[in-house]
Unconditional design. Structure first.
Length: 258
């Protein structure tokens, strides 16, 4: 088996199970543990996974978020539910900002239902999907391309956002704890903040499984968002804390999908 094929199978196992075991991989592929170590090193360097004792994982850590190619294959139903809820905040004729991420990419495609729209995004998946669509004025933000996030980031992106204005920005996050949203990458944080600053309203999208987690950088206070959307209900204590803080939490699974 070729190295590239073996590494793709490792990625497939990670998508399915979130973790892989070093000994199991060596037995599965009939190779040495050193060969597996090299495979995991290659995938870690590419930003696909993070190595842990005895194997590897794609679970987010305080300084790690899995590659876009992994995330786009996970939790599709939850993403669709959140995107539907987010779409209710959009009206034809609006100018909408959408950030990086696989969750946002699902929303980006759904925006076609609300055209005509002006869509401002640094998300390469959304750019590719919307670039030939009628009724969509697409403003594609430039910058330094990040394969890990499948998005454009950096000073050029932030400067462009400072010259634009939108009705609403949709911001996704891999971690929420207490009353704060977090992210592990400083370039991503700055771009998300720039979108929030350049929009009249902003909406946070977060998978309920990521509530109660932190990452390296504080991105924003939840009170900075006009709405927070999650796919399923978090713990009752979290709901109560949000209510006491006056944070509007929308639970997508409790809404009528029609």
């Amino acid at each position: 088996m070729k190295r590239e094929e073996r590494q793709q199978l490792i990625v497939n196992l990670l998508v399915e199970n979130k973790t892989v075991d070093l000994d199991d991989l060596a037995d599965r592929f009939t190779v040495s543990k050193m060969t597996v170590h090299r495979d995991l090193d290659d995938l870690e360097q590419a930003g696909v996974l993070r190595k842990v004792r005895g194997g590897a994982t794609i679970d987010a850590g305080t300084q790690f978020e899995s590659d876009f190619r992994i995330r786009e294959r996970q939790g599709h139903e939850a993403k669709v539910a959140m995107a539907r809820s987010a779409l209710e905040l959009v009206e034809p004729g609006m100018t909408v900002m959408v950030n990086d991420g696989s969750m946002a990419a699902v929303l980006g495609e759904m925006l076609l239902q609300k055209r005509p729209l002006t869509v401002i995004t640094n998300n390469a998946a959304i750019m590719e999907r919307l670039k030939t669509e009628t009724g969509i004025a697409l403003i594609a933000l430039g910058g330094i391309y990040s394969a890990k996030f499948n998005a454009y980031l950096g000073v050029v992106t932030e400067e462009a956002l400072s010259k634009l204005s939108a009705d609403i920005a949709f911001i996704s996050t891999p971690a929420v704890s207490g009353r704060r949203a977090y992210h592990m990458d400083d370039n991503v944080v700055r771009t998300k903040r720039a979108m929030m600053t350049s929009s009249a309203r902003s909406c946070l999208l977060v998978n309920h499984q990521r509530i109660g987690h932190t990452a390296l950088h504080v991105m924003a206070d939840l009170a900075d968002f006009d709405a927070v959307i999650t796919d399923s209900a978090p713990d009752t204590a979290v709901i109560d804390e949000f209510a006491q803080a006056g944070i509007t939490l929308t639970i997508a699974s409790e809404q009528d999908p029609t």
